[in-house]
Design a protein around this ligand. Sequence first.
Ligand code: NAD
Length: 355
Amino acid sequence: MQNFTYTGHSARIVFGSGTLQQVREEVERLGHGRALLLTSPDLADFGDRVEKALGALCAGRFDGAVMHTPVEVTREALAVFEKVDADCVVAVGGGSTTGLAKALAVRTGADQVILPTTYAGSEVTPVLGETDAGVKTTRSSPDILPETVIYDVELSRGLPMSMTVTSAFNAMAHAVEALYAPDRNPLVDGLALDSVRRLARGLRRLSETSTDAADPEARADLLHGAWLAGACLAAVGMGLHHKLCHTLGGSFDLPHSPTHAVVLPHAMAYNAPAAPDVMREIAGALDTVDAPRAVFDLLTASGGPTSLRELGLAEDQLQRAAELATASPYPNPRPVTQDGIEGLLRDAWAGVRPA
Ligand code: NAD
C-alpha cells in the first residue's frame, strides 16, 4: 500500500484542432468582455488570429512578451491593461508569454485564458518565475494558475523542429521527475507515464515515420503529452534535474528548453541506481529496457542538442555549476554530492551517451 496526499489544481482544458475559434466563448464563460491579448513579437500572426476570433471582446493588445518575464515588461503590459480597462488576459505563445499573463494576473487578480504554442507546460501550473535586475525569483499562488487553457494543435504544427524537440524534452523532464518525487501519488504516476509514452511516440513519428514536421497525429501526441507533463509539474516537487537546469539557466544564461534536453538523460542516469523501479516503469513507457540511454538515443535520433558545450557552457564553469547546484539540500532519490554532480555535468558537457 502507498500512503499519499494529492492536491488538485483545477483549470478548464479545451483540447483539439481549430479550438482557437472557441476563445471568445471561453472568455464569455468566465463572465468577461474586455480581454487584453498578449503575445511575443515574433508570434504576431497568432496574435492576429486570436484577435479576429475574439472580435469585440479584444479590448487591447500587447505583443511584447519576452524571455524570463522581466518586471519592466510586466509594468509596460500592466499600463496597457489599465489603459484599456481590461477585465481578463488572453495569451497566445510559449512559456514566456504565459509567464507575462501570470505576472499580470497576480498583480490584478485578472482571469487568464492561455493558448500554448510550445510544450513548456507552464499554463497548468500555479508557478511564476520573474526577473528583476537580472535576478530570478519564483513564487507560487492559486491566483497565478490560469483559469482556462485552450490547446489548439494547429498552433504547434509550425513550431520549428529544433524547438519542438527541446520543448518536448522539457515536458518529458517534468513527467520523469514526478515519478520519483517524494510526494508522488498514483494519479500523477499515471499522468506521467502516459505523458512519457505520448511525447516519445510523437517525437519518433516526426523523426522516423513521417516526412511532415507538421504531422497532425505527432503534434497531437506532443501537445497532449505536454499538458499531462505540466499537470505533473503542478502537482509534485521536482528534483535534481530541475535544480541543475535552474542553475544553468539562472547563473550561466543557458537557454531553457535546450538545457532540459541535454541534462535529462544524465540526471536520469545519476538517479537510476536509487530509483530502479521508476526507471523500469519509464523504460516500459518507452518500449525499451534502459530508460536513461533510451532518452539519450531519442534525443540524438530527433536531432536535438546533446552537449552543454554546444549550448555555450565553458569547461571551466563546470565546477562552479556543481557547487551552486549542491549548495542547498533538496529532495532527490540519490544523495547529491559535489563529486557526483560534477561528474554528471562533465558527461552532459561532453555529450557522451550515459554509461
Ligand atoms: P518561449 O516562450 O520563450 O518561446 C521560445 C521561442 O519560440 C520564442 O521566440 C517564441 O516566440 C517562439 N515560439 C513559440 N511558439 C512558437 C510556434 N508555435 N511557432 C514558432 N515559434 C514559436 O519558450 P518556452 O520554452 O515555451 O518557455 C520558456 C519559459 O517558460 C522560461 O522562462 C521558463 O522558465 C518558463 N516556464 C515556466 C514554467 C512554470 O510552471 N512557471 C514551466 C515551464 C516553463
